[in-house]
Design a protein around this ligand. Structure first.
Ligand SMILES: *Cc1c(COP(=O)(O)O)cnc(C)c1O
Length: 384
């Protein structure tokens, strides 16, 4: 073999029997082959990474197990997971029910882009069970997509009640479970769990990913769309997310402990009007969260007793909390809620959401909580 050929047909390294790598390799390969055409037919193996890849499959199987289901489709981002769930379950003439309290890009997808495909939507509050009942009873309602706790205002939905209402109307239930995490809510009869793996699963703010998790039968419905559309998660990203997941439980626990400590600090502060954090005993969602979740995560929202300029100055004064959207990575972040997460809402919708110019969202990291409280303290001192 000439050397210019050899570089394209590299030597393979063989393991002696019983010898193996402790960490699974990254299958950074688009294509997979067989010794003969006959052996490739119906073998159920790997062919092409847009369809399936061993590293990505390892992530799918692990995430499905954490969420108490048996199958999953991993994709490149959380938004791709939301789109995949919608396109796999809706067609022209159908209606989707979403909630005022949802993540902004989800609202934008449903309110701005779905109508172009002839798909209608209804949007009500997650707490308004009468309105939910009415929307679910509409014959064209086919999918209900909700979050708990919601991004950015940490509203806790009554998942059992919501699932019961949807099931009694034969409506498919999709829960964007990004805030609650892979270890929560598996006990409910949710058809599709959606996660942005960009957040707690990867956990280090350096890789994007998304996943849709469900029973084999539910995943069979949406998998052909993923293979054809191609929102494929790269195997290297899947590897990094698998690595992140090794510390998932440790991190989620510490995020939750730190967030509760900060929520209690803010709740007692004279310049804070209210704190939204379902782990806080005074929070309206506390009892429900205590019943349906284990740990309540690292994100909280609060309203400063301040005008917009003061609120922005408070955020700008923080040194450890970096100003940006996103959450679930080890470092702490801060976001002005109205500007970053409520810009598509009307004044009436903002009011109903409890979002003002002085609403601040913290994504609390896993740093020493004394340093985080010290940072908040000096920002309060800088403004008031
Ligand atoms: C971040 C987020 C998404 C979108 O995930 P990306 O990976 O950024 O596309 C969806 N839902 C919720 C609740 C999120 O916080």
């Amino acid at each position: 073999m000439k050397k210019s050929t050899r570089v394209n047909h590299q030597p393979s390294v063989k393991f002696p029997p019983g010898n193996k790598s402790l960490i699974s390799p990254i299958y950074q390969s688009v294509k997979f082959t067989y010794p003969s055409i006959a052996e490739s037919i119906g073998a159920g193996g790997f062919d092409y990474t847009r369809d399936s890849n061993p590293t990505t499959r390892q992530l799918e199987l692990l995430a499905a197990e954490l969420q108490d289901r048996d199958d999953a489709v991993a994709v490149a981002t959380g938004m791709a997971a939301i789109w995949l769930t919608m396109l796999g379950n809706l067609e022209s003439g159908d209606r989707v029910l979403i909630f005022l309290e949802s993540y902004r890009p989800t609202r934008v997808a449903v309110r701005k882009f779905l109508p172009r495909l002839g798909i209608e939507y209804s949007m009500v509050s997650i707490h308004d069970h009468d309105a939910i009942k009415k929307e679910l009873a509409k014959e064209d309602t086919k999918l209900m997509l909700f979050e708990s706790p919601t991004n950015p205002m940490l509203q806790v939905g009554d998942i059992q009640a919501l699932v019961d209402l949807a099931k009694s109307n034969n409506v498919v239930v999709a829960l964007d479970n990004t805030f609650a995490g892979l270890h929560n809510h598996g006990q409910f009869e949710v058809d599709y769990f959606i996660h942005s793996l960009t957040k707690y699963a990867n956990g280090h703010g350096d890789t994007m990913g998304g996943i849709v998790i469900g029973s084999k039968e539910k995943i069979r419905r949406i998998k052909p769309f993923a293979t054809n559309m191609g929102p494929t998660l790269d195997p290297n990203a899947a590897f990094l997310i698998l690595r992140g997941l090794k510390t998932y439980y440790l991190r989620y626990r510490q995020h939750s402990i730190n967030a509760l400590t900060i929520a209690e600090y803010l709740h007692a502060h004279a310049k804070v009007k209210r704190v939204n954090y379902p782990g806080l005993e005074t929070d309206p969602g506390y009892a429900l969260a205590a019943k349906q979740m284990h740990d309540t995560g690292g994100v909280l929202a609060f309203e400063l007793d301040a005008n917009k300029d003061q609120a922005w100055k408070f955020i700008d004064s923080l040194q450890i909390f970096a100003t940006t959207a996103s959450l679930g990575s080890t470092e702490s972040l801060v976001a002005p809620v109205r500007l970053y997460l409520g810009s598509d809402l009307s004044d009436d919708e903002l009011q109903r959401s409890g979002i003002t110019d002085a609403t601040v969202r913290l994504a609390v990291g896993v740093e020493d909580v004394d340093d985080l409280i010290g940072d908040l303290e000096q920002a309060f001192a800088a403004v008031f």
